[in-house]
Design a protein around this ligand. Structure first.
Ligand SMILES: *Cc1c(COP(=O)(O)O)cnc(C)c1O
Length: 374
């Protein structure tokens, strides 16, 4: 029950064992790839093209920065978390000049404050922002942030790897130019694929570069004519894509998915607060991961080890500045079902009992009660 990679349903695992064709030469596979990309675009409510790249989620972030950044380009890096700040490294790597807009990491980015910052500072080619910053569980209001940037002609690059399909995501309505997702979070296929949606404005910016993109693998332009030419820039990982398609078909058949994420996340936070534990954030709670502070008297490792040893449930700590300070419960994709969370909170109640940390009530009971009254 970690915030990704998530559990993988059996029909996704069996789809990966389908007979392999040669994806370079088989025209049917090109159709299959394109249809799968179109299904992703439909699920994200966009007319923009989606590409599936053979590489874990980070590849999408790097490919977006590599493809948009020319030496000397100024880039606004919106930062209220670890992934938020991390974009600056990719920008620098490709010769860009990042400007960090760093704000309180316990609150969601405030669109009004950003708007007043932009009135003074807006000479940027593009901006990066994280939808859900997973190490803290921070969900930013990208639906308000990105239109503000577009008012100044700033392109938007959104890391939605851990939010995509668990949070509301309206790519066209919110004017998102590049959106990155990964196979291993809410989509619940194994790790190994990046999904990237590209607006016409983003494609035009890539086409009109003066210097070539300083990468082949992290380069979105090499896919520009794959369909007309029936030729992929490199051999596609066909079994990964068969699995991804099965996972997307599961999602397409599950209209309650987004609401379920919201219900479960709300009930999880209520259970934690009622027990006298502390939800880590003050605002911006994500529907795909719940993060609480490690209470006094125990360590994160003790909680994680007891959960694993006594209940067979894997939770996650966090990293960098949050290492040892918080516990993360991933309720995304296949992990996000009521029975799984009930089992998890039963186990957490027991774990805190074992570790001698008194709770003010049973988290499992409050979780159930919250779901009933929702
Ligand atoms: C998981 C994740 C990624 C993908 O990278 P990892 O190698 O799995 O860390 C990118 N961005 C965010 C916000 C993620 O949660």
């Amino acid at each position: 029950m970690t915030p990704g990679p998530t559990q993988v349903r059996e029909n996704v695992r069996t789809a990966r064992s389908r007979v392999c064709t040669n994806p370079d030469l088989d025209a049917e596979f090109v159709e299959f790839y394109k249809e799968t990309c179109e299904l992703i675009s439909r699920l994200l409510h966009t007319k923009n093209e989606t590409l599936i790249l053979g590489g874990e989620g980070i590849l999408g972030l790097e490919a977006a920065c590599a493809s948009l950044t020319e030496p000397g380009d100024r880039v606004l890096v919106i930062d209220n978390g670890i992934y938020g700040a991390g974009f600056a490294d990719f920008v620098r790597l490709y010769g860009g000049e990042p400007t960090l807009y760093t704000v309180d990491d316990k609150h969601a980015v405030d669109p009004a404050a950003l708007a007043s910052y932009l009135r003074e500072h807006h000479a940027f080619k593009y901006a990066t922002v994280v939808h859900c910053d997973t190490p803290s569980g921070m969900c930013n209001p990208i639906g308000e942030i990105c239109p503000l940037l577009k008012d100044y002609g700033i392109l938007t690059v959104v890391d939605s790897v851990s939010a995509m399909l668990g949070e509301r995501l309206e790519v066209d309505e919110w004017q998102l130019d590049v959106v990155c997702g990964g196979s291993q979070k809410c989509i619940s296929a194994p790790p190994g694929l990046t999904l990237v949606t590209l607006s016409e404005a983003a494609k035009a910016a890539i086409r009109s570069r003066k210097k070539p993109i300083a990468s082949f693998y992290a380069n979105l332009s090499v896919f520009a004519h794959y369909y007309e030419e029936k030729w992929f820039p490199y051999t596609m990982p066909i079994s990964d894509i068969y699995g991804l398609r099965a996972a997307l078909d599961n999602i397409a058949a599950d209209p309650d998915m987004q609401n379920r994420h919201e219900r479960i996340a709300r009930a999880a936070r209520a259970a934690i607060a009622a027990a006298g534990l502390r939800n880590h954030l003050k605002s911006g709670f994500c529907n795909t991961v719940t993060v609480f502070d490690v209470p006094e008297g125990v360590t994160a490792d003790q909680i994680l080890e007891t959960m694993k040893r006594d209940y067979g449930i894997m939770l996650s700590g966090s990293f960098d500045a949050l290492s040892g300070k918080v516990i993360r419960i991933g309720h995304m994709g296949e992990n996000c079902f009521e029975d799984k969370l009930i089992e998890l909170f039963t186990a957490l109640d027991g774990t805190f009992r074992t570790l001698g940390v008194p709770l003010e009530c049973s988290m499992e009971a409050v979780f159930r009660e919250e779901l009933r009254s929702a």
